[in-house]
Design a protein around this ligand. Structure first.
Ligand SMILES: [Zn+2]
Length: 317
């Protein structure tokens, strides 16, 4: 369909589509958030039903204002040039969904679709901790590791718009199997899930305060392990030291590949703050080639839960 540009319009909507919730927000041309709504994804089984919910949310959150555009952050593999969700992780029915075409047909405004990690990277670059950098790598340490690459001030999508899967660069092919099918991907060693799993395994042979910290919850997660590290628990110290070594190893590969001036770390694990960043910077400096020392900074993300929809909306601002 013919793309409709409404550049004279002031307002933009950003949408973050997730496996459990959909969030939508209205922004003005300066990126100021004016209105926000959220709903559960569950209950809408088909892609058509989810898209109908999203378009209703967009109409509601915008109050019927004419829009310059709608930016979408979608999980999984996205062809951003065509606006097609090729495979929606956590959205089982989503295979080759022409999200852009469907939404433009219903909304009569330009729609852009990004993978959620790329949207978050762009959000951090434009509105968050990446502001003022030129070559920025965004890494989200969460259940897995997501990432996005900004080079010379532009989001780098690659030939098929699949670029930025740094979580699946292979650190050790003899390592454990990853969800993607390969062995020893970065996220198998350095994600929040990896930290929780490593602590659980270590606790089989050595008692730890982690078991008390995690008692009220379903399992051990990275937050419990960092809390225990604060208490100088030996298991936690060992597990976090190892995870930080692998985080730094991955970052060194990224630094050697892209020579970024800034690396922005987001996701749940980044909230460990001072228990993470000084040691991560020190280990990265230790492992990187000496000529790179002083060329990059490693900083915590500036935006939190809305980073995906902020970044998607910022495509139009
Ligand atoms: Zn993998």
């Amino acid at each position: 369909m013919q793309t409709v540009w409404n550049k004279q319009q002031e307002f933009v909507v950003g949408v973050d589509l997730g496996g459990t919730k959909i969030a939508a927000a209205l922004f003005d041309s300066e990126g100021q958030l004016l209105n926000r709504e959220q709903m559960e994804t569950a209950g809408a089984r088909t892609a058509e039903e989810v898209v109908a919910r999203i378009t209703n949310m967009i109409r509601s959150v915008s109050g019927g204002q004419p829009l310059r555009g709608v930016g979408m952050a979608s999980p999984g593999t996205v062809n951003s040039r065509e606006g097609i969700v090729i495979h929606g992780t956590n959205l089982p029915e989503w295979t080759n969904v022409p999200l852009k075409a469907w939404m433009e047909r219903d909304l009569h405004t330009e729609v852009q679709v990004l993978n959620d990690a790329n949207a978050a990277a762009w959000g951090e670059y434009v509105r968050g901790a990446g502001r003022g950098s030129t070559n920025m790598i965004y890494v989200t340490l969460s259940t897995g590791i997501g990432s996005g690459i900004v080079l010379d001030g532009k989001l780098f999508l690659g030939s098929s718009s699949f670029a930025g899967e740094l979580g699946h660069h292979i650190i050790d092919p003899s390592g454990p199997q990853c969800n993607c099918g390969s062995h020893g991907c970065w996220e198998v060693f350095a994600s929040g899930t990896a930290i929780g799993l490593a602590a659980s395994q270590r606790m089989l042979t050595q008692p730890s305060v982690i078991s008390e910290l995690a008692a009220a919850e379903a399992g051990v997660n990275a937050k419990h392990v960092f809390e225990a590290k604060r208490l100088h628990d030996p298991v936690a110290v060992e597990v976090i030291d190892r995870a930080i070594y692998y985080m730094a190893l991955g970052l060194v590969n990224v630094i050697h590949s892209f020579n970024p001036d800034r690396i922005v770390i987001g996701g749940g694990v980044s909230r460990a703050g001072e228990l993470l960043f000084p040691q991560l910077r020190e280990m990265t400096d230790k492992l990187v080639m000496p000529s790179y020392l002083g060329t990059y900074e490693i900083v915590p993300a500036g935006l939190r839960d809305d980073v995906g929809l902020v970044g998607a909306a910022a495509l139009f601002q």
